[in-house]
Write a protein that binds this ligand. Sequence first.
Ligand code: ZN
Length: 241
Amino acid sequence: MTSAENSGKIKDKENSNPEDEIFYFEEHKEKYEEYLKDVPDKHQKALRYAVDNCYTYEMNDDRVAYAYSASLDTLLYNPKYPRFKDYDFNTTYTHELSHYLDYHFFRSFEDSQFSKSISENSYSNQHIQKFIDEYKIDLKEHPELSDIISALKINKFKVLYGHPTTYWLRENVHNREKEIFVNIFNLEAQNNNSDIDFLQSCFPDVWKNYVQVRNNGLNKIIKERIDNVGNETRTNGISDK
Ligand SMILES: [Zn+2]
């Protein structure tokens, strides 16, 4: 399982209830519908497509809480993972669904301009620190930004949430492109305008190329949805002319 990984926001401990031990995926998925209502329109349509089309499977793998496996084309989750309940479902689910969408539509890992913009030497540690100070950002409170910096700098800039250097350097899988793409997409879904503002100022090239990849992919998804509706209409015997 090459794309297995760990991600997502850790929730405050205060809500944990020992009686509420069983994790019902379907229940969380239903509540996710509510969450989606506040997501920007095109992102919402894309994520809803992913909810409807991405397989999910409860697994028993001690290494991960949630993961999207491209080889299985399935979102995996493991409620037995330590502190599984501390993961914020909505943002973690968005993260993994975005990997599904990336694999099928955005293909961030194939875009040479996007890859070029995330070269580890593009932004110095001083440059990043300057913007962190200016925006008064505590990276502990910003898991997506933290992971983006972990990817960009291949852990040469110290952050709390990220992936191991071996994960970033794994050959021919473009994990850095994939995680940066998915984290920015997730921030947009969250309407996290202040983090997006930080990204635009601190990493303007990354942002510019991200927008390109994101817009191309969103258009593909919207087209795919229209085609699906067309098919449905045809099979129901209604002319779609
Ligand atoms: Zn990920």
